[in-house]
Design a protein around this ligand. Structure first.
Ligand SMILES: [Zn+2]
Length: 478
């Protein structure tokens, strides 16, 4: 009997986990899982942010097939798009989730345990403990079944605001985060779109290294909470033959590219995510797999693991099972694709293409949130940080990648028979500026929320910006 537990670590970028080489020991328990399983070194989320990321994760389909490009736009994935839980429930699996996404993400689950935490900006947010508590209920319910199970567990800790509880809050930072001599946050305090949010979250902070350390601390706290789940699976004797698949919907910008503490931008900071698969009875241990792989491959991999690979074909999933890469490492160097078509509909709308060597980013609406209108090209081999735009120096590469992208888009639109959703759907109306917008809204929690301090600039979560609007509807009506 084979079981599956899919874990999404929202907003966790691969390179901040110690098993992916981060200089801080952020993830000792996840590192252990990686040692007991298979880690994919070059795994990417092609469609950001959270909604398209998770929809792709759970359907094996891209935005052209499921039509979810951002946090708003279409209310539901189009008819006929089926979630992994629906497919497995139909096969007789017990399906349960510890999650608060709701909407179509709830489809197909027999049981959903929600969770909540205090969202006062003046206290630590104990997200990981709340999620772990819900997850343990779900695991216990699954263990009591006499049929195989599929579980989805969704952690949120490294999502802003980074407010990990003690002792994690001081784990990676020993300085004075409000040192008046430190000017490293000055540029953030001048960034109009986010400064009010930053002021509410971290008033008076002057050292940009502090929120960066808090991001890592949030991962360390989440990792400690996750350890309880590993222990419970061991206690129940489920660790050996359960596929544990750990990933993220997208990463995070910390202090790169002039973007701070959010996940907009098609840079690898946001696209490069972890994937760890563990099932000691079936998969090798201590294995690292290279080659370009991505979120579209995850649901086909899970179905293949369960002996249900024909469902991936029947549902016309776009990705490819990763199991052949695991079992014949010689093929792993190539991954599952030569290039990845990437999109975002966050605070900006962009499209691009990533190969092993190059990254092309093309804005759909200009200027973007940061006042930029340029096409960007990065030579990833020489410049993995994507810091030097070489589009004007290498027009032939831009032309080649633009052609590949156009051909891919035309092929996808022909295959789906659906419109290109990206130009049609608006940039999300939700705006940064209050704590409510930083996590999916939970009414019960908001009731507990403290009144914002007088200085803060709070607006309803769905209110549009008036000036310098980056909301799609308005721009398209011009
Ligand atoms: Zn997310």
């Amino acid at each position: 009997m084979r079981n599956v537990i899919l874990v999404s670590l929202d907003t966790t970028r691969a390179d901040r986990l110690s098993c992916y080489g981060h200089f801080r020991r952020t993830s000792p328990h996840l590192d252990r899982v990686a040692e007991e399983g298979v880690l994919f070194t070059d795994f990417f989320s092609p469609h950001i942010p959270t909604f398209p990321g998770h929809t792709t994760m759970m359907t094996g389909k891209d935005i052209y097939a499921h039509q979810i490009t951002g946090q708003s736009g279409t209310p539901e994935p189009i008819e006929g798009v089926r979630m992994l839980a629906e497919l497995l429930k139909e096969q007789g699996y017990f399906t349960a989730a510890a999650d608060n996404l709701g909407r179509w993400f709830a489809r197909g689950f027999d049981l959903i345990e929600g969770y909540g935490w205090s969202t006062s900006s003046s206290c630590a947010w104990r997200k990981g403990e709340a999620v772990a508590q819900a997850a343990l209920k779900v695991i216990n319910a699954a263990a009591a079944q006499d049929r195989p199970f599929f579980l989805f567990l969704h952690f949120w800790d490294p999502h802003t605001p980074y407010l990990p509880p003690p002792p994690f809050d001081r784990m990676f930072y020993a300085g004075d985060e409000k040192d008046p001599e430190n000017r490293s946050m000055d540029v953030l305090w001048e960034f109009e779109a986010f400064k009010w949010y930053f002021r509410e979250w971290m008033p008076g902070v002057t050292d940009v290294e502090f929120p960066k350390a808090q991001y890592d601390a949030s991962i360390a706290y989440m990792d400690a909470c996750f350890a309880h789940i590993l222990t419970r699976l061991d206690e129940l004797g489920l660790s050996g033959d359960t596929l544990l698949a750990i990933t993220a919907d997208h990463g995070e910008e910390l202090d790169e590219h002039g973007h701070w503490f959010d996940h907009h931008g098609l840079y690898d900071t946001n696209l490069h995510i972890p994937l760890i698969l563990r099932c000691p009875a079936e998969l090798p241990t201590g294995t690292r797999i290279g080659g370009l792989t991505n979120m579209l491959d995850l649901t086909p991999t899970i179905l293949d693991f369960l002996g249900l690979g024909d469902i991936a074909q029947r549902e016309k999933m776009l990705g490819t099972s990763l199991l052949p890469l695991i079992h014949s490492p010689a093929s792993a160097a190539r991954g599952t694709t030569d290039f990845l078509h990437i999109t975002e509909n966050t605070w900006m709308k962009k499209r691009g293409l990533r190969t092993h060597e190059w990254k092309l980013i093309v804005p759909l609406e200009t200027p973007d949130l940061h006042g930029n209108s340029e096409v960007e090209l990065y030579h990833l081999t020489d410049d993995p940080g994507e810091l030097r735009n070489v589009a004007s120096e290498r027009p032939e590469i831009v032309a080649w990648l633009e052609r590949l992208n156009a051909e891919w888009l035309a092929q996808r639109l022909a295959a789906t028979g659906l419109p290109d959703p990206l130009p049609i759907q608006p940039i999300p109306l939700r705006r940064i500026g209050n704590m409510e917008a930083a996590v999916p809204r939970d009414k019960k929690l908001l009731d507990e929320r403290e009144k914002p301090v007088e200085e803060t600039h709070t607006v309803p979560a769905d209110e549009k910006l008036e000036a310098g609007d980056f909301v799609g509807y308005d721009r398209e009506e011009e």
